[in-house]
Design a protein around this ligand. Structure first.
Ligand code: ZN
Length: 202
């Protein structure tokens, strides 16, 4: 399956010259939620990810997603794995599990995001799951921004990856692309102007 093409076709992976919220520039921009706006595509991706997880033999009781980004991916993956789906959410900046969701002692929980950058939010939510007695058995995401090493990929883990090295991380594809400071951006040097993603029809 050509994951990058699926993202491109859904306008979830944009190519151009972008000004990121960090003020840095990039040739690519990931609009992760866009790939999930068609439920059929969401299902296709989640089923592919579930197959990879099942092939590893990992036993999972529950998928837990950090809101908001992970919600749809988490639900779709839980559906494909036929396990329970819960989510964690931020309240006054702190990750929490609310809404009556309970976690049993020793419950095997897979954290799920739409995309893993450094994995910070996923691990914050994971700490809450652990504090309630759950065991984090793995992390999953549809896409990997390339800072953490996923199963079946030969990219190396970068220093800013926050995922633990002793549990598996599953994702469908690595989306590694260069980020440039504006004064070193080769696209600017070529004379084009960086735009904010979302403007001018992007
Ligand atoms: Zn630039």
């Amino acid at each position: 399956m050509d994951i990058k093409k699926i993202y491109m076709d859904a306008d979830a992976l944009l190519e151009g010259h972008f000004k990121l919220s960090s003020a840095n520039h990039s040739q690519f921009y990931l609009q992760s939620a866009k790939v999930l706006e068609d439920p059929k595509t969401a299902k296709t991706l989640a089923v592919a990810l579930a197959k990879e997880i099942q092939a590893s033999g990992l036993q999972i009781d529950t998928v837990c997603a950090p809101a908001l980004g992970g919600l749809i991916a988490g639900f779709a993956l839980a559906t494909a794995l036929d396990v329970r789906s819960i989510f964690a959410e931020r309240v006054d900046g702190e990750m929490n599990i609310r809404r009556g969701f309970e976690i049993k002692k020793g419950e095997r929980v897979l954290m799920c995001e739409d995309i893993i950058t450094t994995g910070g939010s996923a691990m914050e939510a994971a700490r809450v799951v652990e504090s309630l007695g759950g065991v984090i058995v793995g992390v999953a995401a549809l896409a990997n921004r390339g800072f953490c090493k996923r199963e079946n990929s030969d990219i190396t883990t970068k220093a800013n990856c926050k995922l633990p090295q002793d549990i598996p991380f599953f994702a469908l594809e690595d989306f590694t692309f260069e980020i440039y400071s504006p004064d070193e951006c080769p696209l600017c040097k070529d004379g084009s102007e960086a735009i904010k993603p979302g403007s001018r029809g992007n």
